[in-house]
Design a protein around this ligand. Structure first.
Ligand code: ATP
Ligand code: MG
Length: 581
């Protein structure tokens, strides 16, 4: 077997079978391109191997993340993927995590999980070993495989069942100390995004399964993203799931009703759209009702502005197991489907309304009677609400809660998330230290996750064209590919080899496409793989003493003399590197 020169990637020896056709089950551009460019291969749904080219990208991404975490004093370690069930019972998450947690038993019937995240393991470690406030704060991270049996592992590396995450956990004696490190982590994440060359935004978010209250997601902006973002040029940005906005609601007060409670006959008008059309009003003048029940079976009616939907995450925070009533259950609860309103509801029903509706004290709403609505239903005078909550989903065009301008929407890929956990895990797992006053106190914790493999796909989503991937210099498998066009030619091949060697001496990372292939194939593969610079060495050019330099990102080609090419290219690469420092 030939020995691969570690400093020079030789395409003739590299395991990099590029594919001509789009793989059929790849739904998004990044997935197609990462497969075609021989970066990854599928093992099973949501499970991938990294081939040598992809592995180089992976290592570079990891290194950037590592450098930026080390810079803020986080310490690298490596923790086990296999986690004993007892730890998950201690935190109480064994039962709540659901089927996403990949579980198995060993030969002694002991339960285990494959790590989806590491709070349990690290809290146990710190609990058993850190005793004094003098040893705090501490911040520890690892870069390691994670396992989540996602309902729909989709889009390749964007949502895997096995993926690599950098996860960091910090332990503090005070909220102020946690806040300080949380802020450092947020800065660190911004730097990681910049060095990777991502276009990104920090957004307000929900904490999901991890818990805690203060949290920020880092979104790579991309059409293929699964997350909706609402943002404003003033700097406000939030995940649509949790975004709070101010709505432009209007009261429906036709002059003839003089503000009196007025029944309107609305035969067969069951939906908000039908009601708005029937009365020639905007949906923002109507109030919509939804009926559901919580885990104890308590029937609850929710009122929302007619032009906004229920936000699943927001209601999930209020009522963790909220289910809509079936038609049968609606009847049993004494409600009339399509005509539910706040006046005359059965007494045992709980009434929750979106806080925005406080702005319009007079509602156009259902009459709790078949084929009837009410105009002029007036808060306090005619009905009361048990709880006002933010339960509706904000929309683009709603007013920014900070500056009042219209919110815009974008799609994003969540590449990282930082959380203030507080004492959630230290309390459930009884992890304490001895404070200066001799009292045992719970550690105050933060956690900070970054999707290493996901952000590779996010990068591709942001940077590709019809020909293939366009890597930024910071993570490309190599910075330059040298392409000799005539293998075996006594000028072309030696010149290409010596240019590669000279570039390496300048500290540039170089690949050489020394395969005995047609020029067209080499060009296509170079564009597909996405090396930032291509140095093309051909017979005709050499006769004139020139080689061609192509910049992948712009497609620009320039002819350079053999004397200047190494200097020009080195300068270009170094300039690019500076952009990602
Ligand atoms: P999502 O909402 O996309 O399911 P999450 O909020 O559950 O992600 P976290 O627990 O915050 O994810 O994990 C930290 C990071 O790990 C995420 O920001 C993301 O970059 C990455 N990540 C999470 N789940 C996956 C997955 N299934 N495949 C690849 N990366 C993932
Ligand atoms: Mg997250």
């Amino acid at each position: 077997m030939p020995i691969i020169d570690a400093r020079l990637l030789r395409m003739s020896q590299l395991y990099a079978p590029t594919l001509k056709e789009d793989p059929v089950d790849a739904e998004v551009a990044s997935h197609k391109l990462l497969l075609r460019a021989a970066m990854i291969r599928k093992v099973a749904a949501g499970v991938y191997s990294f081939l040598p080219l992809g592995f180089r990208v992976l290592r570079k991404v990891e290194q950037i993340v590592r450098e930026e975490q080390n810079r803020i004093g986080a310490q690298e370690m490596i923790m086990s993927i296999i986690q004993p069930a007892e730890l998950w019972h201690e935190s109480g998450r064994w039962d709540v995590y659901g089927p996403e947690l990949m579980r198995f038993k060993d030969r002694h019937e002991h339960g285990f999980a494959l790590s989806p995240t590491q709070e349990e393991l690290i809290t146990a470690l710190i609990r058993d070993e850190l005793r004094s406030y003098r040893e705090l704060p501490k911040s520890l991270y690892h870069i390691q495989w994670k396992y989540r049996d996602e309902t729909r592992p989709r889009f390749g590396l964007l949502r895997g069942r096995e993926f690599i995450m950098k996860d960091c956990y910090s332990f503090h004696t005070s909220q102020a100390s946690l806040q300080e490190h949380y802020d450092e982590q947020a800065v660190s994440y911004g730097r990681i995004c910049d060095r990777l060359g991502l276009q990104w935004r920090p957004v307000e978010a929900d904490s999901g399964q991890i818990g805690g209250s203060v949290t920020t997601e880092f979104m790579a902006l991309a059409e293929a993203g699964e997350c909706g973002i609402l943002y404003c040029d003033c700097g406000f940005a939030a995940n649509t799931e949790v975004a709070h906005a101010n709505y432009d609601l209007e009261e429906f007060r036709p002059s003839e009703t003089k503000g009196k409670l007025t029944k309107i006959h609305t035969p067969g008008v069951e939906t908000i759209e039908e009601l708005a059309t029937y009365l020639c009003v905007g949906a923002n003048s109507t109030v919509k009702a939804l009926a559901g029940k919580d885990e104890k079976g308590q029937v609850t009616v929710l009122f929302l502005p007619g032009n906004h939907n229920l936000a699943a995450v927001k209601i999930g925070r209020l009522m963790p197991k909220f289910d809509f009533l079936s038609d049968e259950e609606i009847k049993q609860a004494g409600l009339v489907k399509g005509f539910i309103g706040p006046i005359g509801l059965p007494g045992d029903i709980r009434v929750v309304a979106d806080s925005s509706l406080q702005e319009i004290p007079t509602w156009l709403t259902g009459a709790n009677e078949e084929d009837c609505h009410l105009a002029g239903a007036t808060l306090e005078r005619d009905f009361t609400i048990d709880a006002w909550e933010d339960i509706s989903e904000a929309l683009p065009g709603d007013a920014c809660p900070i500056c009042g301008l219209a919110l815009k929407d974008a799609r994003g890929i969540e590449v990282g998330q930082v959380f203030q956990l507080g004492t959630k895990y230290s309390e459930s797992m009884q992890a304490t230290y001895m404070d200066a006053d001799g009292i045992e106190k719970h550690f105050i914790m933060g956690c900070y996750g970054w999707g290493i493999t996901r952000c590779i796909a996010a990068l591709v989503e942001q940077s590709y064209d019809e020909q293939g991937i366009i890597w930024p210099v910071s993570v490309a498998p190599a910075e330059v590919v040298v392409i000799p066009l005539a293998i075996g030619d006594d000028k072309v091949e030696p010149t290409a080899e010596s240019l590669a060697e000279l570039l390496i001496q300048q500290g540039i990372e170089v690949a050489i496409d020394d395969r005995d292939e047609r020029a067209g194939i080499k060009f296509n593969d170079a564009d597909l793989i996405g090396w930032p610079y291509q140095l093309i060495v051909g017979k005709r050019g050499l006769e004139a003493g020139t080689v061609e330099l192509k910049t992948r990102a712009t497609g620009e080609k320039i002819l350079l003399s053999l004397q200047e090419v190494v200097r020009v290219l080195t300068d270009l690469v170094e300039e690019q590197r500076k952009l990602y420092l």
